[in-house]
Design a protein around this ligand. Structure first.
Ligand SMILES: [Zn+2]
Length: 226
């Protein structure tokens, strides 16, 4: 019986390992460890400097999902993010909405968006991305296939709403605070969508820390190392 139990255990471990290896798409980190990741999308852009200052002041590292075109337009900012020690990943080349793209060449287009962004980010920020967040959180099977075939994992987020126009900065801040929990991946934009909210970034970091959470990059959250 003992041998049978051991064999069953080995079988389950093998299955778990296989699934862990095959997993491509992530949104939340583990609920068991008190870690939180801040992620900044769509830049480098208008709000990047301000965000970098807040992160530096609070001694926190975050993850920037860069748009390739933005990295080409703002190479100094892209480099500054890298020099500050933050994680830089891909948000595709031109921020196309693949939910709305219905042409026959969709698969090729998706691959092109991924690889052009990779080149633009590597040339301008000095680092090659290996995680992608498709714009608008596009996460259908064709995106997973494209990511997987090109050596990427896909990352979405557990909470974000700084693009909602009718909310003022403090309302947005309160909603972010109410979503603080283990494994949370927060989405914020570094393109000045809600300028008033940006002044709360430092407070948000303080609030997260005061509740005993550690702020980590996405790769640290999920245990990726590349
Ligand atoms: Zn975006």
């Amino acid at each position: 019986m003992k041998r049978a139990a051991a064999l069953i255990l080995i079988f389950f471990c093998a299955v778990c390992f296989t699934f862990a290896e095959d997993k491509i798409f992530y949104t939340d980190g583990p609920r068991t460890s008190k870690k939180i990741a801040l992620t900044f999308d769509d830049g480098p852009g208008k709000a990047t400097e301000r965000i970098l200052e807040a992160l530096k002041e609070k001694n926190v590292k975050a993850t920037f999902f860069m748009v390739g075109i933005q990295a080409e337009k703002n190479p100094n900012l892209a480099k500054k993010i890298f020099d500050a020690g933050h994680e830089i990943q891909s948000h595709t080349y031109s921020h196309m909405n693949f939910y709305k793209y219905a042409q026959e060449d969709k698969a090729e287009k998706m691959k092109e968006e991924l690889l052009r962004a990779e080149k633009a980010i590597e040339e301008n920020a000095g680092v090659k991305p290996y995680l992608v967040r498709f714009p608008y959180g596009y996460s259908r099977d064709d995106a997973k296939k494209t990511a997987s075939e090109n050596g990427y994992k896909m990352i979405n987020w557990s909470f974000g709403l700084d693009w909602v126009k009718k909310l003022d900065g403090e309302d947005v801040y309160k909603k972010y605070v109410s979503n603080i929990r283990s494994g949370a991946v927060f989405l914020i934009h570094d393109l000045n969508y809600n300028e008033a909210f940006l002044s709360f970034i430092g407070d948000f970091i303080d609030e997260i820390k005061s509740r005993g959470y550690e702020l980590v990059t996405v790769s640290e959250m999920f245990g990726f190392n590349k």
